[in-house]
Every structure is written in structure tokens, then in C-alpha cells.
Design a binder for this molecule. Structure first.
Ligand code: GLN
Length: 313
């Protein structure tokens, strides 16, 4: 399998490097708009301990909404299933930063992977502390998961989003009115914007996602979450990880996945692989254009869709 996978990844990199339509880099966060669209990277960490990389797999990018997976994991560790009193588990069918459902649904966001849901999760993770404590905890968690201490925040990206994040401020204030954000909005958003501004490479991200392919275990043998929790996080990634394009991603790729507006995607094949791809140009739904194509190709060539019978995988 290792040689095959190496060939497949090399082919994907060659195809993506020649791609014409690379989507459009996110512009609503000024600092992200400066990233050139030509980048492409991929890293595949397999359950048997191999790592296959291609393109710019070691270049760091802004993980943005991919951080929502790790933030959710931490929040479930703190409050367990009580989290679901404050955040739903259904696809939203709306854009990542939409506010429309919140009024009808009494300030309870549809799921933890849209912005409103992730802001509630950030509120839970603050748990009475200053944002720097929550952010420190998130960085330590990611460094442990990836087995790499060289993971940090890009302060310019955090500042850029703080200065321009009017929609997120509206979401947070609106939910505070329903008492579903309990700390001061500036503190919650301080934590949220900084978690989004964490920079990681594809290699680091694929390593950090391994607990989700290993039924909740860290490859070092430690337990990160229970098997049930790992499966539930994967289920949410499959149904909600790509906003209103989650159905299309499941249709084309067939893997739990979480995208970010920095152009990264983390995709999980339970029992098989943790995959990170990055290309900064986005499609109309705000998901990486080439990243999605690359995963579609990888899924079709490896048979790793979770809907394939196990023998074919
Ligand atoms: N889709 C995303 O990656 C959105 C994250 C971004 N920080 C925001 O809140 O708008």
C-alpha cells in the first residue's frame, strides 16, 4: 500500500500544480487575502504509522475553522454531553457565518462547526479564565496531538480578524442576549479569533487528527477521547464540516472532513488515515477548491470513502 499511496499522492500533486481554476482566496479577513493562490500541500498519516506527503506539506497556513474540531474535543472534555443543551447537532444548510437561524432557534446554534456554534464552544472553553489561558490550553493540546511543539498563533491574522470580525461580533452579542454566551463577548471572541489564527502545516495537521482515525487513541497509546466520542466527532464532521456544502463533500469525497477559510481541510478515514490538504483558493461555499478536488481524487483512487465496503478499503 505504501508505494501505491506514494504514487497516488505524487499524481495528485502534479494535477493540482497544473490546475487552472484555483478558486478565490478569502478576502474578508485582510491578512488572509495576502496569501498567494498557487500553494498546494498534502499529508497523509496512516493508521500503521506511515506519513506520505506531497507539495508544500511543511508550509504553515492559518487553520481557521479546522480549529473548531479541536475546540469541540476540549469542550466535550470539560462539560461532556451538557454541551448539547447549548449547541445542536444538525447541518445548518446556511453559510458558515450566517445569523438567520439564531432568532428562530432561541440563540442555540445548529452545530459546533458553524461560527455561532464555535463561539459557544469557545465560551465553554474559557470556563472563567482569561483568553490567554484557553488559548494556551488549545496550543498545548495541538502540540501533544501532533507530537510537535512548533505550533503557534499568527498574531497579525488574529488582529486582522479582531478588527474586521463584525459578523462574529454580531453573532456573539446576539447569543449573549439569549444567555448562550456567558462570558463578556470581547473575551470569547479574543479566544475564538486566536484559535482560528493558529498556523500549522499539512503534516502537523494530519498528525494532530490521528486520534480521530484511531477511535480516540493517541498513537503513543494514551487515550484522547472515548471511542464513542471519536465516532460522534467524525459524524459531525461528515454532516456539518463543510457548512452548506457538507452534502456535496460527502457525495464527492465520502470522508468526515473539516474545512477552514485559510484553505485547509482535515479529512479522516476511520481506522485508515488522517489527511490534511491545503490550497488557499476557495470555492463559492468557502471551502478549498483544490483541496476538495484532491480529496475526491484520493478517495476514488484509494477506495477510502467510508461508504466503501471494508473489503474494498
Ligand atoms: N470558515 C472559517 O474558517 C471561518 C473562520 C473565521 N475565523 C471566521 O470566523 O469567520
Amino acid at each position: 500500500m505504501a508505494d501505491d499511496l506514494t504514487d497516488i499522492v505524487a499524481d495528485i500533486v502534479a494535477t493540482m500544480q497544473g490546475a487552472q481554476d484555483r478558486g478565490r482566496v478569502a478576502h474578508y479577513i485582510p491578512e488572509l487575502a495576502k496569501v498567494a493562490p498557487h500553494h498546494f500541500g498534502i499529508a497523509v498519516a496512516t493508521a500503521d504509522g506511515q506519513m506520505v506527503t506531497g507539495g508544500e506539506a511543511d508550509l504553515r497556513f492559518s487553520i481557521q475553522s479546522i480549529s473548531k474540531v479541536f475546540a469541540l474535543t476540549l469542550a466535550l472534555g470539560k462539560v461532556g454531553d451538557q454541551l448539547w443543551d447549548r449547541v445542536g447537532r444538525e447541518p445548518s444548510g446556511t453559510a458558515f457565518n450566517s445569523i438567520v437561524q439564531l432568532e428562530h432557534e432561541q440563540g442555540i446554534p445548529r452545530n459546533p462547526f458553524i461560527n455561532a456554534g464555535a463561539i459557544v464552544v469557545a465560551d465553554v472553553n474559557l470556563s472563567g479564565h482569561q483568553p490567554r489561558v484557553a488559548i494556551g490550553e488549545m496550543l498545548r493540546f495541538l502540540r501533544y496531538l501532533a507530537g510537535d511543539d512548533d505550533i503557534a498563533i499568527n498574531e497579525a491574522v488574529a488582529a486582522s480578524e479582531t478588527a474586521s470580525g463584525f459578523r462574529n461580533m454580531a453573532l456573539a452579542n446576539y447569543m449573549r442576549a439569549f444567555d448562550n454566551v456567558r462570558h463578556p463577548v470581547e473575551l470569547v471572541l479574543g479566544a475564538y479569533f486566536h484559535q482560528c489564527a493558529i498556523e500549522m502545516s499539512c503534516r502537523q495537521l494530519a498528525l494532530a487528527g490521528r486520534y480521530l482515525m484511531l477511535d480516540g487513541r493517541h498513537p503513543d497509546g494514551g487515550r484522547v477521547v472515548s471511542p464513542r466520542r471519536a465516532r460522534r466527532i467524525n459524524a459531525l464532521m461528515l454532516t456539518c464540516g463543510h457548512y452548506d456544502a457538507s452534502g456535496d463533500f460527502a457525495f464527492r469525497v465520502g470522508m468526515p472532513g473539516k474545512s477552514g477559510v485559510g484553505g485547509g481541510i482535515l479529512a479522516i478515514v476511520p481506522g485508515r488515515a488522517s489527511i490534511a490538504v491545503w490550497s488557499p483558493g476557495l470555492n463559492a461555499s468557502g471551502n478549498s477548491q483544490l483541496g476538495t478536488l484532491a480529496l475526491e481524487e484520493l478517495s476514488s483512487r484509494t477506495g477510502w470513502s467510508i461508504f466503501s465496503p471494508p473489503v474494498a478499503r
